[in-house]
Ligand binder design. Structure first.
Ligand SMILES: [Ca+2]
Ligand SMILES: [Ca+2]
Length: 370
């Protein structure tokens, strides 16, 4: 089901240079709604008991400083982008057979003309217990579902301006980020921001899932995927910022909706890294590989990492609200529990502001971003 969409070429991400500004200066000049993450080291991945093979081994990573959105991108924010640009999301465009075939086993017969339709995947509770290995039982391909119609035709985002935008593909998220003078975070940047200095801990806030009885994330309680006990107060996505932030002031880095990153997924990536660099070596500004090797999507060249888990994550099922947990889907995937947030750097932000003012690009003499 996750491969029902476009297999377009990946647009190149904006490349920015290591910021020359000091951390203090950068922190004091944060773009609206963003916070500064200091350059530094952290432990990426997790060797603890809940850790899945693709989270191992934990290894030391260093990333440059960057700003990151405090919240997931909201419907209101995404609407401004669409109004300004006329952008149409992947879920609103009928996929072509050529694009779809590239993600399917060779020899898959072409469907009859007119049967490919625009749409997205919507979560639907099952009537009762199901085999949790078969996620097709709780995901429904829904023609007409898109970011403005999150539950399909007839639904709307009226009154949901502060909810995270969903049904956005990686292409959509990347396009929004570029328009906003930002980019998607690398997986390393995202995980460093989520951990917020709490190095080597199971959760962004410590070692207990519900410390002192206070829910710190919008996830799933009860029996997945048919009975949600709602102990955290929300059945599906909540307005951004409904739960306490982490130590950096970032909301919903755990739960609510999954968040796209700029990195391609390979399940043994961390083993490869450590093998290539040697044990004990700090890996600087890692980025994903050039192409994915995703067992969930074996015919797709591209599959991008998502982080943070969602309102569907359950302690017995995936526990993906841990900062080290990894998920991935092809870049054309839209789902009702998948959104994003952006990062930017002093260099990238300065270039954006100059472009907005119609000035010469970064590097020209006499310019001043502020
Ligand atoms: Ca919940
Ligand atoms: Ca999230």
């Amino acid at each position: 089901m996750l491969i029902l969409a476009l297999a377009l070429l990946s647009p190149a991400l904006a490349q920015d240079e290591v910021p020359a500004a000091t951390s203090q200066k950068a922190a004091s000049k944060a773009p609206s709604g963003m916070v500064w993450v200091e350059p530094g080291e952290f432990t990426m991945g997790w060797d603890g008991e809940e850790g899945r093979p693709d989270e191992r081994p934990a290894h030391r990573v260093q990333v440059d400083g960057f700003w990151i959105d405090q919240t997931e991108v909201t419907n209101a924010q995404f609407a401004r982008f669409v109004e300004a640009t006329g952008y149409r999301t992947t879920a609103e465009i009928v996929p072509s057979w050529e694009e779809l075939a590239a993600q399917l086993p060779p020899g898959t017969p072409e469907p009859p003309p007119g049967t490919l339709v625009a749409g997205s995947l919507i979560f639907a509770k099952t009537p009762g217990p199901v085999d949790l290995r078969d996620y097709s039982q709780w995901w429904a391909w829904t023609p007409g579902a898109d970011w403005r119609h999150p539950e399909g035709p007839g639904s709307s985002i009226d009154g949901m301006q502060a909810h995270p935008v969903v049904h956005v593909s990686w292409f959509d998220a990347t396009a929004y980020a570029k328009w906003a003078g930002k980019r998607l975070p690398t997986e390393a940047e995202w995980e460093r921001a989520a951990r917020a200095g709490a190095d080597g801990q199971r959760y962004a806030w410590g070692v207990d899932l519900v410390p002192e009885g206070v829910h710190r994330a919008n996830i799933w309680q009860g029996r997945f995927p048919f009975e949600n006990a709602l102990a955290d107060g929300h059945d599906v996505a909540a307005p951004v910022g409904s739960y306490a932030p982490n130590a950096l002031g970032l909301y919903d880095m755990s739960g609510n909706v999954w968040e796209w990153t700029s990195d391609q997924f390979q399940p043994d990536l961390y083993e490869q890294r450590v093998r290539a660099s040697g044990p004990g070596i700090v890996i600087v500004n890692p980025k994903g590989p050039d192409r994915a090797a995703d067992p969930r999507n074996p015919y797709s060249r591209d599959s991008y990492v998502q982080k943070g888990g969602s309102f569907l994550c359950h302690a017995d099922y995936c526990s993906s609200y841990r900062p080290s947990a990894r998920m991935a889907t092809p870049p054309d995937s839209g789902m009702s529990h998948l959104g994003f947030r952006c990062v930017t750097t002093p260099a990238l932000w300065k270039a954006h502001r100059e472009a907005a003012r119609g000035k010469a690009p970064s590097g020209a003499p006499g310019k001043d971003a502020d």
